[in-house]
Design a protein around this ligand. Structure first.
Ligand SMILES: [Zn+2]
Length: 363
């Protein structure tokens, strides 16, 4: 029986595992990790990864969906989905595809903000790695505005950052200066951080259609085809420099790199999702703010839902509105998107004993 602390806010799964092992006097070795994975020590590859996540969730005494949502980069990597679950916290979101997506992003190495480390030591008595510092392309701490530091040594993703601080190096000054002075990069960061908190995923088809419409408006060309490489050219011209070269190297050498094609496909490919970072880059170029971008896509999802529900009975619409509320929408949003009146929805929610009812009774 192992002692297990509660995970801390935004704590990365690997950092939590490191703390559990330290508390129990264990080192993070392959053998100890296998013991930890709920006794499924003979499982390797995909199944091993899933067991590992299950072991962490059990330690944290959290449902696996909640652990994945709060302590891995899953909400970011799964933000745009062809056929994934629309709600990452729904009980039927337990697919191995989702478990594996939760593992992406962090393998070896650690990234942290020195100011957060000092604050955490003072407040919690421990320091830990945060998810928001590990999103690809994020170079500044959202809380302190400080440049992030990295440690590349193998296994540092399990360590407490105050212990590895002396070996850490700040991100290259040129990259940090570029990110600080460029509006597109700052919007990219805002969009990625917002996606990390979002439990409702976007459909690939809807995102592509919305971005295509926005591209035409942006170019003031309501009709006609947009040239195939137009988006990647816009990204190059508006965000080109040390930051883009470091995180998206295909843009650096002006070759027809694979990543450029991925960026251009965000607009045209409705059957396969592109990496989330590519969607975030395109949104950062096409919209003036993170809210503008995400609200535009949400609006188009809501519009489609309304079309589909036009012929539904009022009681069915009310039921759907309650589900949307429980999935994280505000009362106002849920009432609007399911075409029910707000007082009717509010009255039903007040009567029901639901765990989240106290949360958003304000608009
Ligand atoms: Zn910080």
């Amino acid at each position: 029986m192992m002692l297990a602390p509660s995970p801390l806010p935004d704590e990365l799964a690997s950092s939590y595992l490191g703390r559990v092992f330290t508390l129990n006097g264990l080192t993070v070795s392959g053998e100890n990790k296998s013991r930890f994975t709920c006794g499924h020590s003979n499982e390797t590859g995909r199944q091993g990864e899933i067991s590992y996540l299950r072991g962490l969730a059990e330690s944290a005494r959290m449902p696996i969906e909640a652990f994945r949502f709060q302590h891995t980069l899953l909400p970011f990597f799964a933000a745009v989905q062809v056929d994934g679950p629309p709600d990452l916290l729904a009980p039927d979101a337990q697919t191995s595809k989702m478990h594996l997506a939760a593992h992406r992003g962090v393998r070896n190495g650690a990234i942290f903000c020195p100011n957060c480390v000092d604050e955490d030591l003072g407040f919690w008595g421990v320091s830990y790695l945060r998810r928001m510092h590990h999103i690809p392309g994020v170079v500044l701490c959202a809380k302190h505005g400080a440049a992030l530091h990295t440690v590349t040594a193998a296994g540092s993703q399990y360590s407490q950052p105050h212990a590895t601080k002396s070996r850490a190096v700040p991100l290259a000054q040129g990259v940090v200066d570029h990110a600080k002075s460029n509006e597109v990069i700052s919007r990219y960061t805002d969009i990625c951080l917002a996606m990390l908190e979002q439990r409702l995923t976007f459909s690939t088809e809807k995102v592509a259609a919305t971005l295509a419409k926005q591209t035409h408006q942006f170019l003031k060309r309501p009709r006609g085809r947009v040239p195939g490489d137009h988006l990647s050219s816009m990204v190059s011209s508006k965000a080109g420099g040390p930051w883009l070269s470091m995180f998206f190297p295909a843009f650096a050498n002006r070759l027809e790199g694979a990543y450029k094609a991925i960026v251009d496909r965000t607009l045209t490919n409705r059957r396969f999702s592109q990496p989330t970072a590519a969607y975030a880059l395109v949104m950062a170029v096409l919209y003036e703010s993170c809210d503008d971008a995400l609200n535009d896509i949400r609006r188009s999802e809501v519009h489609d839902r309304q079309q589909a529900q036009r012929h539904e009975a009022p009681s069915a619409r009310l039921e759907s509105a309650v589900k949307s509320f429980l999935a994280g929408e505000s009362i106002a949003q849920a009432a609007l998107s399911h075409q029910v009146t707000r007082p009717a929805l509010e009255a039903l929610l007040r009567k029901a004993v639901v765990p989240h009812a106290h949360r958003t009774l304000l608009p």
